[in-house]
Design a protein around this ligand. Sequence first.
Ligand SMILES: Cc1ncc(COP(=O)(O)O)c(C=O)c1O
Length: 460
Amino acid sequence: MTQLASRPTDPTTPRPARPVPDLVTEIPGPRARAHVEFDHGLTSPSLPRAYPLVPVRGEGATIEDIDGNLFLDFAAGIAVNSTGHAHPRVVAAIQEQAAELLHYSASDFYLPIYARTCQRLGAISPFKGPTRVYLGNSGTEVVEASIKLARHVTGRQNLVAFLGGFHGRTYGSVSLTASKAKYHAGFGPLLPGIYHAPFGRVADLRWFDEVLFRRLVPADEVAAVIVEPIQGEGGYIVPEDGFLQGLRELCDRHGILLIADEIQSGPGRTGRMWAMEHWGVTPDILLTAKGLASGMPLGALIAPARLLEVWGAGAHGSTFGGNPVSCAAALATIDLLEEGLIADAAERGEQALEGLGPLADRFPGFVRDVRGKGLMLGVEFDTPEHAEEVQWVCFQRGLLVLECGTSAVRLSPPLVVTQEEIATALRIFGEAVEVVARVPRHVLEEAEAAGAVTGVEAGG
Ligand SMILES: Cc1ncc(COP(=O)(O)O)c(C=O)c1O
């Protein structure tokens, strides 16, 4: 139940609690449809837009749209709103900081909350000794920083990323990205010196010795390997046990830095502070963003001090990176994670995985796989169209989920999601799978008529 209401008239009148989901118009509603039309003439057509959700307000795991419909949010703004929408402690921290100081660049001056955030991130990092931290505004910015740092530290030029990986959309990070060809289409030449390895199976690691180092580039010219411990945009793909450990050994053997891109999988989302912990692997450089500041823009590159100390003054920086309001949101977020949200994510994740698992038996061949850790859950379907239709039917019934990979749907709710909300989401998701498995063409045609199924996969 939530206190959200579409158009509160008098703030002193208590609003009646509403169940969630609570749909009061057809979906999308008239205001949403009008807004989509308004938006289409103004915004960059490059934005992929998964479906016509027009959110205006949020609370916990609930999103209210422009028509006053309440949705159960298992998309969380692409796995971002870790502490839920408008967590009172995060909002208070933001308001307090905003009233004190909105901006003063930490690149050229000494911003107290910036250093305190770096200290806190060091303390929750997997690194044993002293750490140093660079703060940016987004995931892609800290990926770029890691490329520059790895080349600087090692004096080597080449980088290895993985097929299916997603690291962002600026030139360095999009060159590392290999989840969908459309991210590269028309943008070449990309950053040189990047190789893509197969992801996920222990046996795939042979590719390094048998193909990369033997035929393409000597190991001592490779600066870093960058890996998502669980691939995100590429399909919520969990590697085999032993894969990340094997990768760590391989990097150690050749003096190659291991960069963990935990921009989507951390902090806390997988039921551990960092997803790498599931396999007991410590990277050399850790990247995070998305959920770190509960929705305020912030990215972090965390590394042992000895690595970052190779950079001299001016080697890297940012006007806005580590904005004080974003830092305040991050500090409140980390408090909440440590006070219980990580443990909750593990518990709620188990509940969700147990509920989703039987779908593969109920719909054999249609549901191909159910996987994930904590609240980073993916369901693989037989075709991209079926994944898209399930996403659409969920939306129609008040549950927000998001496609990923080629034919998967991801569930990534805020970590504050309750047991009851998980149960509701499982019920709606199960119904959606059943509807699509039984009457796919009819559903797709309806969705196409409403202009909703775009044929463009969600990104991020
Ligand atoms: C694993 C991973 N790395 C990097 C990025 C890029 O982050 P941003 O969109 O904040 O630039 C994303 C975004 O989806 C991501 O999931």
